[in-house]
Design a protein around this ligand. Structure first.
Ligand SMILES: *Cc1c(COP(=O)(O)O)cnc(C)c1O
Length: 341
């Protein structure tokens, strides 16, 4: 297998590695014990993210899963429920944490082709105050959802509907910066309609570790307690905060290049032999082959040549900052050759 320096890894944007400049910022960060609230780099970052999102406060967490979990635990009590997309991360990919650890019941509903939840579906699943039902407490959105951007108008309509029924609204914004860059709006166009938002920095933004949760003082106060209880109270975390701060300053605008390269790759792929369908949204490409075997064979062929992809019939390819224009061309050439064989 080729060395990790020449690998092109399209499995996810989580594979991005910190740059030399990011590592320098991390090395230079002033630190303290963040459980005591003493880490100046963490405190500065939390203030920065609160301001950027227009929220009262923000909190650094090790992962997006924990950020979403503590948000759910802070919004909901035992016997409450959150309305969520059937394929959303906060329902499907977080080990059922809200139910396991919070006795919070998910109410999953179908996700539309554009990644949204139909307003009629949301409304139909909000329960009246009746002792037969769990208490509907929260609407959980996701943006982007498999790369799909929710429009600002939609997010505000969904939030207004939820509020009319007394629900709070959380956004799993693991890739919200991709949405912001793609839609050409500001972060606050989205966060202005939310009670809380979770942001990931270990994906396309290139930090090694870290997510942020933003919300009201009261919510973040509760989330901080849950974070400690679930083992996320870190000590000299300023080293991680410095990486995130660096990403916020230097890497957000670069997401546009990822989107441009994803479109380039998608265009090239759709012209190839045996590729049945290609869709692209922000930095995510889905390529459909005739069957799962073809995908598994392609995966093995490419791995021998230093390109990592997932297998199966419908293959997700994720563009990120560690792949440049030459990398896109190399991937296209290798996939073209492999599928022609
Ligand atoms: C990656 C991701 C998360 C958080 O994942 P972690 O690996 O725990 O950081 C949450 N939501 C979505 C939509 C994601 O893609």
């Amino acid at each position: 297998m080729p060395s990790t320096d020449t690998l092109i890894d399209l499995r996810s944007d989580t594979v991005t590695r910190p740059t030399a400049a990011m590592r320098e910022a991390m090395a230079a960060a002033p630190v303290g014990d963040d459980v005591y609230g003493d880490d100046p780099s963490v405190n500065a970052l939390q203030a920065r993210v609160a301001e950027m999102t227009g929220m009262e406060a923000a909190l650094l967490l090790p992962t997006g899963t924990q950020s979403n979990l503590v948000a759910l635990l802070a919004h909901c009590e035992r016997g409450d429920e959150y309305i969520v997309g059937q394929s959303y991360h906060t329902y499907r990919y977080e080990g059922g944490g809200a139910a396991v650890l919070g006795s919070i019941q998910p109410q999953p509903i179908p996700v539309q082709d554009d990644g949204s939840l139909a307003l009629e579906d949301i409304e139909a699943h909000i329960k009246p105050d009746d002792l037969h039902f769990a208490r509907s407490r929260l609407l959980a959105l996701e943006n982007t959802c498999n790369g799909r951007v929710l429009s600002v108008e939609y997010v505000h309509s969904a939030a207004a509907l939820a509020r009319r029924h007394g629900l709070n609204v959380h956004m799993d914004g693991a890739r919200l910066f991709n949405a912001v860059v793609a839609a050409g709006v500001t972060l606050q166009h989205y966060t202005g309609a939310m009670d809380s938002v979770s942001l990931c920095f270990s994906k396309g933004l290139g930090a090694p570790v870290g997510s942020m949760l933003a919300g009201s003082q009261a919510l973040i106060h509760a989330a901080r307690r849950w974070r400690k209880m679930t083992g996320g109270g870190m000590r000299q975390a300023g080293i991680l905060a410095a990486a995130i701060d660096h990403a916020l300053t230097h890497h957000v605008a670069d997401l546009a290049a990822d989107h441009r390269r994803a479109a380039m790759l998608a265009e090239g792929l759709s012209a190839l032999n045996r590729v049945e369908a290609v869709t692209v949204n922000t930095n995510m490409i889905y390529m459909t082959l005739p069957d799962a075997h073809s995908g598994d064979v392609l995966q093995a062929r490419l791995a021998e040549q230093g390109v990592l992809i997932s297998g199966g019939r419908r293959i997700r390819l994720v563009m990120h900052r560690d792949i440049d224009d030459d990398g896109v061309q190399r991937v296209l050439d290798l996939i073209g050759t492999a599928l022609a064989a």
